[in-house]
Design a protein around this ligand. Structure first.
Ligand code: MV4
Length: 447
């Protein structure tokens, strides 16, 4: 087991990882920018190292500074959290070259999944159902037209270096295709320095369902069920739940089994998320994330398993603590992302939190890095906390969520709490009847 883990992140996820390390009796080091000297992760860690000025590029993304912090403190492993360097293959490789364990998959697995064309090809080879489309990059308009005619319109053009919704263009007819292809290519080239694009059948009203997987790096793979993350705005998830209201136990175990087998065959190590679009009872792979995700607590709530413990165990060579048959799904969980933003326009609202009071009671978990009197710096993302609610079934979970939202107090700044108080009373949400476009339509109506 590791002696000392360096946490290369900030905010609620840095605290989340700190808690797991403390439980496992592992010493902790955190890094921070000069804007985060008063941050909770700095207060709770055994040691801290200031690694640079506020901009992420010069601090939380600065590989040399982080490696230096490892050497100075004698950390033998790094947990990257999510965002920042968590899916940076070069960072994983550099740590390995310094005999520091990256708590995550190999650089090569990160690289494969970071290239969306390569990821899709790999998924298909491993027996995961994918969206119909081009077999690799599209070289010219003629090829685009041939593929589109074959799969049928509408089609979507995506950047291979994109992901998370960046650089996508929809073409409804052949007349739209030329413009869509050219704009997708030039936007991809400008944004990512790589203009490779591919084409897929455009699914009009899918849900976003993702499967939580783990590999032990030695040929074993398991799944922890799925999360439904369809409620998004501009590709930012707002509300996530496990299980998906759209799936039954048989569908869960079928898609989960396919994913677990694929992860085993890939020789993958650590936590991963296989993302699907789900429409008319069918799953279509779109991307794989090679990190722990923001919404992992809903999976922890229904399985009772600490996913960060599992990450640390696997990275240290101790293997997974569970076999597939040990993983049971109990009840229902919902996560609300509390952002320091206007609840309608989502404009960031940094500033001082004058009062912070979190809800409690059975089935309630709040993961947050803020406190009363804390000043939110303007340099980073606006997530200030996550409310995770568990119940024996979805109805109980929703009742408990409504109550927890009533108890939650955040004064001094705007937050997205009022949006959740509206959503929890909405009939479509109560019925679990929503797709990936539901939230944007709801916000546009201004109900
Ligand atoms: C799609 C799609 C429809 N058809 N692919 C957006 C983010 C990226 N991960 C993939 N995305 C989409 N890919 C096909 N073939 C619709 C989206 C999409 C979306 C997906 C998940 C959650 C919210 C979304 C919002 C708009 C578009």
């Amino acid at each position: 087991m590791f002696q000392k883990i360096l946490i290369a992140n900030r905010g609620e996820i840095a605290l989340r990882v700190l808690r797991a390390c403390k439980e496992l009796g592992i010493q902790t080091v955190v890094v921070h920018s000069t804007a985060d000297s008063d941050a909770m992760h700095v207060r709770l860690a055994d040691e801290s190292v200031c690694i640079g000025p506020p901009p992420s590029r010069e601090s939380y993304l600065n590989i040399h500074q982080i490696v230096a912090a490892c050497e100075i403190t004698g950390a033998d492993a790094v947990h990257p959290g999510y965002g920042f360097l968590s899916e940076n293959a070069k960072f994983a490789d550099i740590l390995a070259a310094h005999n520091i364990t990256f708590i995550g998959p190999s650089g090569d697995h990160i690289r494969i999944m970071g290239d969306k064309i390569e990821a899709k090809r790999t998924a298909k080879r491993l027996g995961i159902p994918v969206v119909p489309g081009s077999d690799g990059a599209i070289s010219d308009e003629k090829e685009a037209k041939r593929v589109a005619a074959e799969i049928g319109y509408p089609v979507i053009i995506k950047a291979s270096a994109g992901g998370g919704g960046r650089g996508m263009k929809v073409a409804h007819t052949e007349a739209d295709l030329e413009v869509a292809l050219q704009t997708a290519k030039s936007e991809a080239g400008a944004a990512f320095g790589d203009d490779a694009v591919y084409i897929e059948k455009y699914l009009e009203k899918p849900r976003h369902i993702e499967v939580q997987v783990f590999g032990d790096g030695a040929g074993r793979g398991v799944h922890f069920g799925e999360r439904d993350c369809s409620l998004q705005r501009r590709h930012q998830k707002v509300w996530e739940e496990a299980n998906s209201p759209a799936l039954n136990a048989e569908e869960r175990s079928r898609i989960g089994g396919i994913c677990a087998t694929a992860i085993a065959d890939l020789g993958y190590s650590g936590a991963g998320t296989i993302e699907f679009l789900y429409e008319n009872g069918e799953f279509y792979f779109i991307e794989m994330n090679t990190r722990l995700q923001v919404e992992h607590p809903v999976t922890e709530a229904i399985t009772g398993i600490d996913l960060v413990h599992e990450q640390i165990r696997v990275a240290s060579g101790g293997g997974l603590s569970v076999r597939q048959e040990d993983i049971k799904f109990n009840g229902h969980a919902i996560e609300c992302r509390i952002n320091a933003e206007d609840p309608r326009t989502f404009t960031p609202s940094p500033g001082t939190i004058t009062h912070f009071h979190t809800p409690g009671g059975l089935g309630i978990r709040v993961d947050s890095g803020v406190y009363s009197g804390y000043k939110i710096p303007p340099y980073y993302d606006s997530l200030i906390g996550k409310l995770i609610v568990h119940g024996r079934n979805r109805v109980e979970c929703m009742m408990r969520l409504r109550r927890a939202l009533d108890e939650f107090v955040v004064d001094g700044i705007k937050t997205t709490l009022p949006l959740f108080r509206d959503l929890v009373g909405n009939p479509d949400i109560a019925n679990g009847d929503y797709d990936i476009h539901w939230l944007e339509k709801y916000l546009a109506k201004g109900e």
